[in-house]
Design a protein around this ligand. Structure first.
Ligand SMILES: C[S@@+](CC[C@H](N)C(=O)[O-])C[C@H]1O[C@@H](n2cnc3c(N)ncnc32)[C@H](O)[C@@H]1O
Length: 376
């Protein structure tokens, strides 16, 4: 079982494992106030949406819709909701590391209020992501569009934060080598994933799909990072964090949800080190200019470079540029020009001869990078 902690002051705890991978029972603002400054890497928050549902909602066959009418989702007024939002976001800001980021999910009922509060509190919006539901609930009354999505806001703690985690290359590689877009398609949580009680009823009215949390965690954290969820509910964040080799800390008020979350997380098997290694591509590598190869003597001024089939050639100049016919410029520009293209990756296009064998100049760049790695 994940440990369940009472709300005690944890600020003085030098060992974060006093609260790591635990669920703190209590109000989120008080529990956040008990955690040390700058102690978590990423926050995922799924707060009450303040749905303001009035009266019972029926389907056309008169069956009752299982709507979110829980006491924890009720607020007296927009002002009361804003005061609550401000309090928990401020408390989150204090516990977030300077390069940390926060995700907040919501619907049209609350997400605009949350977004403007994030900006007022000096978080820096990085993206809004639309979670498009493959199987949304119909609009039974037929008086509005079907409400088929929820919105996530992703923000850094500070405007100037540059080194927050974003696993761009891994996301792109996992998306058939196409940049990951900000509209995501997932089904709502159902089937075997949906926690049900002995009575067959849902344990939690707004359990989020694990796939959504997996995308968030894989995009914005590294193995071993600490993810905080101040509205833990059924523990989706904790279950996915544990499976993906991350640490979590959850906060939740309701004992029934805490019990369900603790049991759920205990059943999760973490993946192994090999499965969890995050792909870091060219963006994470040290930048090496072509001129470095010339300066270091690996490529000599006057040397001839060709394409892989020796159809075109260029001469290397001492300043690290190439010249081919009337065209001079970078390896990329000249490579594009000789082919009649707009762009070209000169590193893989241009080749040098090594003992009669043509090799891409990218091989030499790899040698330089390996040397830099040893120095660093
Ligand atoms: C929208 S649900 C989160 C659901 C969760 N993401 C999941 O997948 O199960 C919000 C949760 O926040 C809890 N909650 C509401 N207000 C709270 C507060 N002030 N402090 C702590 N928990 C709170 C509710 O009990 C509820 O479980």
């Amino acid at each position: 079982m994940a440990a369940v902690l009472p709300l005690v002051d944890l600020k003085a705890e030098v060992r974060p494992d006093a609260w790591l991978n635990s669920i703190i029972k209590g109000d989120c603002v008080a529990a956040l106030d008990a955690l040390p400054d700058q102690s978590v890497d990423v926050i995922f928050a799924d707060p009450p949406y303040n749905l303001q549902l009035g009266g019972m909602l029926h389907r056309p066959d008169q069956s009752l819709v299982d709507a979110v009418d829980d006491e924890w989702d009720q607020f007296e007024s927009f002002q009361a909701y804003d005061a609550f939002t401000r309090a928990w976001l401020l408390a989150c800001r204090r516990v977030l590391k300077p390069n940390g980021t926060i995700w907040v999910i919501g619907s049209y009922h609350n997400i605009f209020r949350v977004g403007s509060m994030l900006q007022d509190l000096r978080f820096w919006l990085l993206n809004d992501v639309v979670w498009r539901k493959t199987n949304p609930m119909p609009n039974f009354k037929g008086r509005r569009f079907q409400n088929a999505h929820e919105t996530l806001i992703w923000a850094s703690r500070d405007a100037k934060a540059k080194s927050y985690t974003f696993n761009y290359d891994a996301l792109k590689a996992s998306n058939d080598d196409v940049q990951m877009r900000s509209d995501w398609l997932f089904p709502i949580c159902s089937g075997h994933e949906r926690l049900k009680g002995d009575d067959g009823k849902k344990v939690h009215p707004t359990q989020k799909p694990e796939a959504l949390l997996a995308r968030i965690i894989m995009a914005s954290t590294k193995p071993g990072d600490i993810i905080l969820d101040p509205f833990f509910g059924s523990g989706t964040t904790g279950a996915v964090a544990k499976r993906l080799g991350r640490n979590f800390v959850g906060i939740e008020r309701e004992q029934d949800y805490i019990d369900a979350a603790a049991e759920r997380i205990a059943a999760v098997e973490p993946l192994g080190k090999v499965e969890l290694t995050v792909l870091s591509g060219k963006k994470a590598e040290v930048r090496v200019a072509f001129n470095t190869l010339v300066e270091s003597g690996m490529i000599k001024p006057g040397q001839v470079l060709t394409d892989a089939k020796r159809r075109v050639s260029a001469i290397v100049r001492a300043d690290g540029t190439l010249v081919a016919g009337g065209e001079a410029g970078s390896i990329h520009r000249v490579g594009a020009k000789v082919q009649g293209f707009d762009t070209c990756n000169g590193w893989t296009f241009w080749h040098f001869e090594d003992q009669g064998v043509l090799k891409p100049i990218d091989d030499l760049r790899a040698v330089v990078r390996a040397g830099m790695g040893k120095l660093g």
